[in-house]
Design a protein around this ligand. Structure first.
Ligand code: GLU
Length: 550
């Protein structure tokens, strides 16, 4: 055995499987030409955040558009940062947003697919097998430097105004012999395995990023760590081994990884792996004091997708909004296909923002209003009660006390040809329709300044006598118009406008009086429908109450 082979046995003697074994175990996928195999690789270190959801959407839609595969892989190599239930939180969160998963973790506890395990902590032997091979070939070596030694190298480099890092002549153990390594191991010294980089900083690597276009960077010459002292891989090494063995065709990930691409290209090459295509997703940004910045997990509540659930955003609305962020041509497509599922959209990575799109809550509200307006009252009933059950128990009880009544409330201005676009979030419904529920109704006897209380009362007294719960919209308004001249109001707005001094107001003002009496508000959806749903007794009760209080 030569020095490298001896080192490989010394460091990773317990590994008996070769890379060849894994190559056979995970053969190339049998997919149609053009099918893209993509993934997300989240760490279970906290709640599902907007960036992960966005990356999942971009990957999911890439797979769907190309007839490919979207899988999840859990990066749980940092056990210290892991949180209990972290995997479940991410996977369930994705599912809640309708992101289906073809392979990998499909629930907190279940993985499916032939390319697993899809959890890095269970793949240690695989990484070690490849590391052993690299050591044998002289492309990797053990490094025994302590944190203090590395710090000393850094200070020295800084003092000499040199680029910092473990490279070239600064890489102390680059040429370590088997005997030296053995002696240190016998002393019980911990070590990491580093790449012996064949790169040269003067050279350039060029690659075509599928989102950002052509990128040129200096070649990597750093002997970066492949395996940490506990035998667990770094991100770089796990990414190369996993994405190769899982046969990923497109690595679409956050653009914080872009500066590491030279490392990855080098690793894939040395390992003899076919290079996947890389696409780096710009972060979602926020405007703060006129400047764009990344959405921050610490500062921004919307960074946690739980925020959207709590606020009562329908998950499909959030996804459709995120599609407008992901693809600059999505809105045009949406206009042309108002009722199609976003899944039918042909997604093109080239249409993604290169600099980072802004999170625009106003637009999210707008997308939501448009989508919620398309739902039927039974769909709204189902989604609204589901939301209330989790986030507003009081409202839930009110809504479900009489489901048929609640549905007829929700049908107001909804199950009609041109539904109102008023509601964006379920959390708005309670206030929006408060007057439809006894428990929430707050009467208000404040009239607009141009209407005298006596006139309002006179009108309501007349109206009470002619009102019928069966009136359709036309009959309903005709009755108001008929009363108008009797109390000095114009039946038609035109009439009033032609000679305002001749009238106290017009029929529209009287309908405002009625609206205030019935709902306590000046602005509501169609009042005739509201009165029909409330029913005669309730309407008369509210009218009487207004008469005594105006
Ligand atoms: N765990 C990495 C991250 O969340 C994964 C990056 C990747 O997709 O490769 O940033």
């Amino acid at each position: 055995m030569n020095n490298n082979e001896l080192l490989a046995e010394l460091l990773l003697g317990h590994i008996d499987k070769t890379p060849e074994y894994y190559e056979n175990l995970y053969p190339a996928r049998n997919l149609p030409e053009g099918a893209r195999v993509v993934r997300i690789a989240p760490s279970p270190t906290g709640y599902l955040h907007l960036g992960t959801l966005f990356a999942a959407l971009v990957n999911r839609i890439t797979a769907t558009s190309s007839g490919g595969i979207f899988f999840t892989r859990i990066e749980d190599t940092d056990k210290k940062r892991e949180i209990e239930g972290g995997i479940e939180d991410i996977i369930d969160g994705l599912k809640r947003f309708g992101i289906s998963i073809d392979e990998g973790f499909v629930s907190g506890a279940e993985q499916k697919g032939d390319y697993g395990p899809y959890q890095q902590s269970r793949r240690a032997e695989i990484y070690q097998s490849y590391a052993k091979e690299l050591i044998k070939q002289g492309f990797a070596y053990p490094c025994f430097c302590t944190a203090e030694e590395l710090e000393a190298v850094r200070s020295e480099q800084e003092a000499q105004k040199l680029r910092t890092g473990y490279y070239g002549k600064w890489a102390k153990h680059r040429d370590i012999s088997y005997e030296e390594a053995k002696a240190l191991i016998d002393e019980g010294k911990p070590f990491v395995v580093r790449l012996k980089s064949p790169g040269n900083e003067e050279n350039k690597v060029v690659f075509e990023d599928t989102i950002k276009g052509k990128i040129e960077m200096p070649e990597n010459d750093e002997d970066f760590v492949l395996l940490k002292s506990d035998g667990i891989p770094t991100y770089h090494f796990a990414h190369a081994v996993d994405d190769h063995l899982m046969r990923t065709t497109h690595v679409l990930r956050g653009d914080e990884w872009i500066s590491s691409v030279p490392k990855h290209i080098q690793l894939f090459k040395i390992l003899g792996f076919k290079l996947p295509k890389f696409g780096h997703i710009s972060p979602i940004m926020k405007l703060e004091n006129g400047a764009k910045r990344k959405i921050s997990k610490r500062k921004d509540p919307e960074a946690a997708v739980h925020f959207f659930a709590e606020q009562g955003y329908d998950s499909e609305c959030v996804i459709n909004y995120l599609m407008t962020v992901a693809a600059s041509d999505f809105e045009d497509w949406r206009r042309a296909n108002p009722n199609a599922s976003y899944k039918e959209f042909k997604f093109n990575l080239k249409k993604m923002s290169v600099s980072g799109a802004l999170f625009d809550e106003v637009k999210l509200l707008d997308v939501s209003k448009n989508m919620v307006a398309k739902l039927s009252s039974s769909e709204v009933y189902q989604k609204l009660t589901e939301w209330a059950k989790e986030f507003d128990a009081e409202f839930y009880n009110i809504l479900t006390k009489n489901p048929e009544y609640t549905k007829s409330v929700l049908a107001i201005d909804r199950d009609v040809p041109k539904p109102r676009k008023d509601i964006a979030r379920w959390s708005e419904v309670k206030e929006y329709f408060a007057y439809m529920f006894e428990e929430l109704f707050a009467p208000n006897f404040e009239l607009p300044e141009n209407i005298a209380a006596d006139d309002a009362k006179a009108f309501l007294l007349e109206y009470k006598n002619v009102y019928s719960a069966e009136d359709d919209r036309q009959a309903w308004f005709d009755k108001i118009k008929e009363i108008a001249p009797k109390i000095g109001f114009a039946a038609e707005t035109k009439q009033y406008k032609a000679d305002p001094d001749a009238f106290k107001g017009h029929a529209g003002d009287l309908s405002t009086v009625l609206r205030i009496a019935i709902t306590g508000r000046r602005n509501t959806p169609d009042l005739c429908s509201i009165m029909q749903v409330l029913g005669k007794d309730e309407c008369i009760k509210r009218i009487d109450n207004a008469i005594s209080n105006f």
